[in-house]
Design a protein around this ligand. Sequence first.
Ligand SMILES: [Ca+2]
Ligand SMILES: [Ca+2]
Length: 227
Amino acid sequence: MTIKKKLYLALYRIFKLTYLTVIINNVKNKIIFLVTLFLLGKLFLVLCFAAPMVKAVSQQVLISASIYTCNLTLVVKPEKRLPVNNNWSNTNQIQIEDINTNNIVASFSMNMNNLGIGTINLCANNIFLNEGNYNFYITGFSHLRKKFSNIYSFNIQNITHDLTGTNNFLLAGEISNTFDNKINSLDVSKLIDNMYTNDVKSDLNRDGSVNFLDINIIVTNFLKHGE
Ligand SMILES: [Ca+2]
Ligand SMILES: [Ca+2]
């Protein structure tokens, strides 16, 4: 070994000794070292667990934001059916109005069964409505349009609104060929033309025939307007 190499080796050993002395043997640096190690450990744990938590929260927000009401069920009563119960079948036109914008945001037909119950899959019909308050306008097959106001809806995936109750029924007699949402001479004339037939639209009480019972209903509602 040359003198030069010996000199380099000696310098290296001095440096190493000095370094170890300063880093390991110095009590103050030991404390700094341990504290630094502790903080690095904490940082490691935060990075390991915080990232998945943030991701989970983000996913939760994304999921809640993507939930829409798919199945909407309505219960609607048509007036003066005979028999009164289990005889509420109808084809209703439904319009849903956003109460904030007054825009009709959905419009569709719904077939109701004998109990007055009808369901539509909104998602299958590309109707996606945000949770909130809406007005429901419902027009029966032989009925004036009725407004059901300020209904809080679309907050769960499957929702039912029972729209029956005191004074909550569809008024019958709107049967003329032109829907003008009022019962007038055109409607009465149509019913008279269909007297003693089984014309479904003129059979207002759905007892199977058009007769004076239906005349009585249309006279009662004469000159009434829908909403
Ligand atoms: Ca009319
Ligand atoms: Ca009838």
